[in-house]
Design a protein around this ligand. Structure first.
Ligand code: ATP
Ligand code: MG
Length: 839
């Protein structure tokens, strides 16, 4: 199981993984830990992340960015319509009316759903995690803004599925930050003590989120959240862009908005300027060469002017801060610390305002860019059985109050009930009781649309099927379980019909498994809830609450609620699970989702093929350049002039071909082309390599010969070290050595008299083989150990193992195989993976 956290940002994404050493933010193929949230479409492939961002100017129409907030929204949605005019790429409705993006891909006009686009981005992030972990990644935790509604959340879950990911939890961005903060703290108050209250602020590119959290040892509880979805780094960029558009219109008579390419460049420069102004309060220049109509533009700005321009935006900082304090009923003195994260939290004026509001220094102990991803990876590690992480319970909140409404037979009209008020603990389940004679529909909706970032009320409809009256004709008791799950998504997660079977008086009801007395009924439901929970993505600690007050028929309820002592009806009950038909707002159908999964697979394959094709082309190009250089360098001596000229010409032709007919060919064409060139180039290159390595090989053989000769000499001189050797065998060795020397001298002389432009008379491998052969023939004879002198009696001979031979001396021949490998021998210490300890 993989343990990965993804921060799916509006502007950029981060990937954190858990390894034995702890949590680590990992880098992409550009060695960058930040992956831009960009997807670019081309005639033969897609590029995602940094590669896509680099095309934002040249291929702006097909380069998609800033799509995070299109999740779960209609194309006609006021938010979508309001940003549409500022986009340089096109939007188009999907057949369902949801937002899609229109691009040219593979020379065809295509409309991709937002789930698909985010799925593409996640595919990239998944690859980054996979190459860091060196194993497939499926299980993960993904972040979403705490203000995302159900349809937005479900849309992100679908995107994860399209990318082949199993999202164990969608985690609110600020909650991920609180976890990244709290789990490492060793000095949190004990569970029974007053909690430590910390405010977290995340100012990203698109939005501003605040949450207030209560920490005790081993747990965190979010108390309240607030946000401004129209306050982020992007909004500051927009003000700068607007300012310079006006200035350039006056100064240079340029209509920047009419040229998307210029607008994209201006946006990039304004963002850079904004970042510079965070560090510097003096006048800073803005220069763009060849901006529009061949005109260079320049201007300047300083922080004071910038803050003046952004006064309205800056005034919005306080609102959410006030809101969380009010919601959580806290005073400023209650706040232990204010932690800020998110790229745009670096703007000095923002920091000043937040700090002034709380009357305290801000704390920046977390990595402002990576805290969300790290928190998600920590959550994934907690959910994963593969890691041992300190117990830490996380209680989040329901961001918006949720109500249910239904047709009520008794009241002849619509009834409703708030099931989850704002800031209710989540995940959480409740059981509602209805008395019905027929199937009925529950509609879930946000009952206070003003709390939402945009006017959406509906969550979905849930049709409780197969409801029929009791045999007596009375309404049946239907228990409905509603839940806000780990992803923060509302659902009607189960419904059951409680059949009441009356037994004739005096007859004891049979004790079957389904027989439960009325007062035990509650218990039975609770147990079932436990079962529901277990299947709910590792949600270990949710709670269940029963709401018996909700009913479709109050009269009926009274009847059933008679105190047991009034009359003693002997009843047994049977619970029957009821099917539920869900109709969720902006939910992709499973057929469409499956099709998207399949299409993503095809596009991944296409990208892979295109990459291989490009690699094959690059290999040809690289070979051409490399060979051209070397033909007039190191290889010059190894090819005759005529061959060199013709090969040079061929290389030049190939280079031209690459820019003309060979620009866009099949992979095999490039492979063949490279093979054709190598057929000529390889022998030249081989001759060069042979000439480079030959002296060493001969030297090694020479050394070996000399060494054996020395031993033979010593033997002949009756050296006591060798006097145990057999004469006949030494004579054999002598012959081998003489033969080898003759062979070597002969080959050396032949080779020295031969031109380097022709293939060598002897190959390095042959020389090495000769060295090895000599060793095998001579070594066993010459290194035979001298017999040991009989040990004195009292010393016991070693019982186990062979008797050691003499210590190798300097003149002891060494194995040519081992001689070369000795230096590279790896230490093979068995590495047992420790469990992750976040300390
Ligand atoms: P979101 O959280 O809204 O989904 P995100 O996570 O992609 O977006 P971040 O990466 O947290 O956003 O922040 C990006 C924003 O921070 C950009 O607007 C960027 O210009 C801004 N930013 C980064 N560094 C600085 C800086 N030094 N000064 C001012 N702004 C900065
Ligand atoms: Mg962010």
């Amino acid at each position: 199981m993989s343990v990965v956290g993804f921060d799916l940002g509006f502007q950029s994404c981060y990937v954190a993984v858990a390894r034995a050493g702890g949590i680590e933010t990992v880098a992409n193929e550009y060695s960058d830990r930040c992956t831009p949230s960009f997807v670019s479409f081309g005639p033969s492939n897609r590029s995602i992340g940094a590669a896509a961002k680099s095309q934002v100017v040249t291929n702006y129409k097909n380069t998609v960015q800033g799509f995070k907030r299109f999740h779960g929204r209609a194309c006609a949605d006021p938010y979508v319509q309001s940003v549409k005019s500022n986009l340089v790429y096109d939007l188009a409705p999907m057949p369902t009316g949801a937002t899609g993006i229109k691009v040219m891909y593979m020379d065809e006009e295509r409309v991709f759903s937002i789930e698909q686009v985010t799925g593409m981005l996640l595919t990239k992030l998944k690859e980054t995690a996979e190459s860091a972990l060196k194993k497939p990644v499926v299980d993960c935790v993904i972040s979403v803004p705490s203000y995302f509604t159900d349809s937005e959340r479900r849309s992100v879950i679908d995107a994860a599925q399209i990318a082949g990911l199993n999202c164990l939890r969608l985690m609110n961005e600020t909650t991920a930050v609180t976890l990244a903060y709290g789990i490492y703290k060793q000095d949190l108050p004990a569970p029974e003590e007053k909690p430590r209250i910390v405010v977290f602020v995340d100012l990203g590119h698109s939005g501003y989120q605040v949450s207030v959290c209560a920490f005790n040892k081993g747990k965190l509880k979010i108390l309240a959240t607030a946000f401004d979805s129209e306050l982020g780094g992007k909004d500051f960029d927009d003000i700068l862009v607007k300012h310079f558009c006006e200035e350039f219109s006056q100064k240079y008579k340029l209509d920047v908005k009419s040229k998307p390419r210029a607008l994209v460049r201006l946006n990039q420069e304004c963002e850079k300027l904004k970042k510079l102004m965070s560090a510097n309060s003096s006048d800073l220049p803005l220069n763009i060469e060849c901006f529009m109509n061949d005109i260079d533009v320049s201007s300047k700005l300083n922080r004071g002017q910038f803050e003046e321009m952004c006064a309205e935006l800056l005034a919005k900082v306080e609102g959410p801060l006030c809101s969380v304090m009010e919601q959580a009923k806290l005073k400023k003195e209650d706040i232990y610390a204010v932690e800020i994260v998110g790229g745009a939290s670096r703007i000095p004026a923002i920091k000043e305002r937040i700090s002034k509001f709380f009357g305290k220094e801000l704390s920046t102990t977390l990595n402002a860019d990576e805290a969300v991803a790290r928190g998600c990876a920590l959550q994934c590690a907690i959910l994963s059985p593969a890691f041992k992480v300190r117990e830490f319970s996380i209680t989040d909140v329901v961001p918006y109050s949720i109500s249910l409404k239904w047709n009520s037979a008794a009241e002849e009209g619509l009834s409703d009930c708030e099931v989850f008020p704002k800031n209710h603990a989540a995940p959480f389940s409740k059981v509602l009781t209805f008395y019905r004679k027929e199937p009925f529909t529950l509609e879930a909706y946000y009952n206070n649309p003003k709390e939402l970032p945009y006017p959406t009320a509906s969550i979905g409809q849930f049709l409780i099927q197969n409801v029929s009256p009791q045999p007596s004709g009375e309404s049946a008791k239907v228990k409905v379980k509603v839940r806000v799950n780990v992803h923060g998504v509302f659902s009607v997660s189960g419904a059951s019909l409680v059949e009441i079977i009356k037994t004739p008086e005096g007859e004891e009801p049979m004790e079957t498994e389904q027989t439960v007395k009325e007062d035990e009924n509650k218990m039975q439901v609770d147990q079932e809830d436990q079962k529901f929970q277990a299947g709910d993505n590792g949600d270990k600690k949710s709670e269940v609450e029963e709401m018996e007050t909700v009913t479709g028929d109050p009269k009926q309820e009274k009847k059933n609620d008679q105190p047991p002592q009034a009359k003693k009806p002997k009843v047994k009950t049977k619970t029957v699970e009821l099917p539920i038909e869900c109709n969720l707002h902006w939910q992709l159908s499973s057929e469409v989702l499956n099709m998207f999964v399949e299409n993503e697979g095809k596009m991944i394959m296409q990208d892979k093929l295109e990459k291989e094709r490009n690699d094959a082309k690059n290999n040809v190009e690289e070979y051409v350049y490399d060979m051209r250089d070397k033909l007039h360098g190191v290889l010059e001596k190894f090819v005759n002039e005529a061959d060199r000229d013709s090969f040079s010409l061929k290389l030049e032709d190939t280079e031209n071909w690459l820019y003309e007919d060979g620009e866009d060919q099949q992979k095999q064409v490039y492979i063949d082309k490279l093979a054709e060139l190598k057929k000529i180039g390889q022998p030249i290159h081989d001759r060069y390599i042979e000439a480079e390595e030959r002296p060493n090989a001969f030297e090694e053989l020479g050394r070996q010969i000399q060494m054996y000769m020395k031993i033979i000499e010593a033997y002949k001189a009756k050296d006591e070290q060798y006097d145990h050797l057999d004469e006949l065998e030494v004579t054999k060795v002598n012959k081998h050595v003489n033969d080898a020397m003759a062979w070597m001298n002969g080959k050396m002389n032949q080779q020295n008299s031969q031109d380097l432009t022709v293939d060598p008379v002897v190959k390095v491998v042959e020389i090495k083989a000769k060295t090895k052969e000599l060793y095998s023939a001579c070594n066993p004879i010459l290194s035979k150990p001298k017999p040991k002198v009989e040990p004195p009696k009292e010393e016991k001979p070693t019982e186990n193992g062979p008797v050691n031979g003499p210590e190798p001396t300097e003149s002891q021949p060494c194995n040519p195989d081992k001689a070369t490998s000795a230096g590279t021998e790896q230490e093979t210490v068995e590495n047992k993976l420790p469990e992750m300890d976040i300390d």
